[in-house]
Structure formats: structure tokens, C-alpha cells
Design a protein. Sequence first.
Length: 216
Amino acid sequence: MSTREKILDVAGKLFATQGYTDTSLAQVAQAAEVSKALILWHFDTKEDLFRTALQNFLSPYSIDAKRLLGLNEREQFEKLIDDYYEFIAQHLSSVKFVLGQVVREEENAKEVVDHVSALYQVYQQLLTSILDQGRKTGLFDPHIQPAEDAALIMATLNGLLVQRLVDQRSKINARNLLVRFKETLQARLYRPGPYSASVHATACGGARSSHSSAEG
């Protein structure tokens, strides 16, 4: 990691936990083990450092709908859920940064909040459209409510995120919780048929494998 990257990483964490106003360049310098002058050599001002940190933490946030091509609605639905979880698992520091800005409601963070909120809405709308199309094609139960179910799914995924952030020492395997959640969704949303049975068997097998690995 270069000096510039280290400064950005440290600054991002401080901005996330303390907010923009309560984070000074002196604090960033001390935490990054560099001089304040070196920070100002890489970044013109504190505002410049903050905005660069924003862009750095926002870079992973994107949605590539092309990855869903060739999949039926059930497969698209499960891939979106898996991708959401994997993103959280791989970018916890970025997620903490964004949540910190959202909670603090700082004016300087409006850019990051607007960007993430827009992506969140796109993601939820994508889930809604997949559920609606799957209902029409008969892959999902005809009585589901696409918009409400998509909102509930997002809320539950966010709950898994919060639990992962606040209960990192938990002995409960987070991936097993995801498998259980997907099984619940299958029972609630999927139309009974051979596909549902095969997916259930695969999910259970994955859960057993994860449990065995954890015990080993």
C-alpha cells in the first residue's frame, strides 16, 4: 500500500467514525503515521482529502445487469441476493464508511448518500421486476407482491449486514444465515415444482458443508 493509499484508508475510517467536522488533518496524520505536511502534499485541503476518500470508498458500488443475462428469473433472483451478500463481505470497510455518513447526515456527505441511495433504489427495482416477471411466467407464486416482497428482502439483507457489523464475534455462521434466509424465500415465493426441490437440496448441502468446515 502506497503512502497516499494509506492516508486515504486511515482518513476514510476516521471520517466514518468521527464525521467530517470532528476529524482533523492532525488526527489523520497521527493515525497514518505521517506528517501533516505530507498529507497536504498529496491533497490540497481537508475537503479535497474527504472528497477523494468518498470516491475511493464509492468505487466498488455499481450494478452490472449483464451478469444476469441467460438466467431465468429464479436464477437471477438468487444471484442478486448472493451478489449483495458477497459485496458486503468483501467491502465491509467501505460499507462502514457509507453508513457512518448516512447516520451523521453531514452536508459534506450528500454526494455519497445520494449515490448509494440511487443504487439501492435501482437494486430494489431490479428485484421487483424479476419477481414480477417470474410471477407472470409461473416460476414464482402468483400471489406474491413484487414491490413489497423486494422491499422486505432488502430490509432483511440489511439486517444481516448490521448483525455482521455489530456482532463480529458471534459463533453463528453468517453464510448459514443467508442459506436459511434463501430457504425461507423459496418456501414463500417459489411455485412448488422439481426446480424448488433441487434448489432446496443444493442449499441444504451447502449449509451442511459450511457447518462441517466450521467444525473442522
